[in-house]
Design a protein around this ligand. Sequence first.
Ligand SMILES: Nc1ncnc2c1ncn2[C@@H]1O[C@H](COP(=O)(O)OP(=O)(O)OP(=O)(O)O)[C@@H](O)[C@H]1O
Length: 562
Amino acid sequence: MENQRAHYKIKDLIQLIVRYGKPKLKLFTLGIILAIVGTICSLAITNQIRLLIDASVKSNGYSRTIIILICLFVFNLILEVPANFLLGYVASDAVLNLRKQLWRLITTLPRHFFKQNESGVIASRVLNDTQTIYSLIASALPQNLTGLISLVGAFAMMLILNWRLTLIVLGIVPLLALVVVPLSQKLSVISRLLQAALAETINKVSQMSINDNLIKSFNREKFSQKMGYRGMQTLFGLNVRQLRVLSILNPLVSVLLLLIVFVIILYGRHSINQGQLTGGGLTAYFIYMVQMITPMTSLFSFFTSLKTVSGATDRIQNILTEKPENKNLNGIVVAHIQRIDFEHVSFKYPNSEQLILKDVSFTIRAGEKTALIGESGSGKSTILSLMEGFYLPTSGQIRVNGIPIQQLNLVELRGKLGYASQDIRIIPGSIRDNLSLGDQKVTDLQLWHALQVVKLDTLIRSLPRQLDTDLGEQGTLFSGGQIQRLSFARVLIKFPDFLLLDEITSSLDSNNVQEIMTALNILNQQYDISVLNATHNMHTIEGYPHVIQVINGQVKQFFKRI
Ligand SMILES: Nc1ncnc2c1ncn2[C@@H]1O[C@H](COP(=O)(O)OP(=O)(O)OP(=O)(O)O)[C@@H](O)[C@H]1O
C-alpha cells in the first residue's frame, strides 16, 4: 500500500480534495475574499500609522487619521474573524467528506484487503493521513493565499517608500533564505521521522498494555518496559536532533533579522537626513518588512509540509483505487437454502500461489448436522469463507440450491448464513450493540431469547444496566467463554438457514460446551436450522451423522452411524 512517489504533484492533492472532499466552494470564495480584503486592510493600517506619526511630528491635526486608523482596525477584525472561521470550516467539512468516503469504501472492500493491511495501518490512513491534509488546507493554504497578497503588497509599499533601501534589503533576504531553507528542510525530515516513531511507540505501548496478562504470567515486565523504552529512546534522539537544528536556526535568523533592521536604521537615517523619507515612513517601512517576511517564512514551511502531505495523499489515493466487493445485488435470491455443493473446487488466496483446497467436492443439505474436521491449517476456515462468498473458487464450482454462487445476491445469501468464528469479535459499545450490530429491527425480546439459548440471560439480567452494559475493551468485563457465547447469540439473532461454526467451543469449559451442544440440537431439531460445525474437538460432534474430513486441502465425506 505504501507508494513513495519521488515528486509531489499538488494537482493530486487538489483533485483528491475536490473529488472526495466536495468543498463548499461558495463559502470558500467568500472566506478568501474576506481574507484578501482583510490583508489589504492591514497594509492600509501600516500606511495610516505612517501618516499618523508624520502628522504628530509636524504637529498637524491628526484626529481624522486616528479615526480612519480605528475604523481600519475594526474593519480588519470584522473581516478576518469570519474569514478564518469560514476557511477553517470549509477545510473541516472537506476532510469530513473525504474521511467518510474513505471509510465507506473501506467497509465495502473484500476480505483480502483486511487480511493484507493491519487494522492500525487502516486506521492511520483514515485518521492520521487525512489530519495531515486537514492541517495543510485549514490553515496553511488560506494563510499562504493571503500571505502572498501581504508579501506582494508590502513589497510594493516598501518600493514606493524607498526603492533604494528596498533593493539593499532584498540583497540580504537571500542570505536569510540560504540559512533558513536547508535547516528547515532538515527540520521537516526530522518531524516526519518523529511522527512515524511516535505512531510506532504508541502501538508498542498499547500492545504491551493489552497483553498485560501474558507479560505478568511470564514475569516479563522488564521485556515490556524495554519495548516501551526503545521507542521512547528513539523519540528522545529525534527530539535532540530537532533541538540541535532549532538552536542553530533561531539565533541565526534573529541575527540576520537584526542585521536587516540595522541596515534599515542606518540607511533610513541617511534617507531622513536627505529628505527622502519621513519618520513615519521609516516606521511603516519596518512594519511592511514584517508583513513581507512573515508570509515568506510561512510560504516556505508550506512547501516543506507539502512533502509530508504528498505521502498522505498517495496512501489515501492508493486505497481509493481499491474496488469494493461485488455483492451482485441484482443476483438471484434463494428463499431458503436447501443444499450447498462444492464441485471440484480448488482455491488459492489472492496473495498466494499455494493451492489451499484441491479438487474438493461435497454436499451439505438443509436440516442436517455436518461436522467439518481436519488438522489445524488443513483448510476448514477457508471452506467456510468460500461458502460466505468472501472469496470465489480458483476453479470448480460452489452451488447453492444448484445455482452457482457467482449468480447469487451475496447480501441475501449472507443473510441466510450464520457465521460464528473462533476469533472473539467484540465491537466498542454495549451488549445490545454487540448483539444487534446496529440493526434497529432487532427487538429486546429477540435479544433475550438468544441470550437464554446461550445461557447468559440470568447473568445479564443481574447487571444494573442489563443490555446497555458496556462490554469494555475487547470484552474485558466478561470471561472468554462468556464472550464466545455472546458471539454465538449474535448469530442466533439472525435466525439463519445454516449455521457455519468455526471452532466456537474452543474457549469453553466442558459444561459450557455441553450447553452449546444442547442449544445446537434444539436449533437443529426444533427450528430446522442446519449446522456445519468446523472443529478439532471430536467430543462436540459426537451426535453428527455427516462428516467432512479435510486432509491436506482435499476432502473425504462420509456418513457415520450414530
Ligand atoms: N488470507 C490468507 N492468505 C493466504 N493464506 C492463507 C490465508 N488464510 C489462511 N491461509 C492459509 O490457508 C491454510 C488453511 O487455513 P485455514 O485457516 O483454512 O485452516 P483451518 O483448518 O481452519 O485451521 P485451524 O483449525 O487452525 O483454524 C493455512 O495454510 C493458512 O496459512
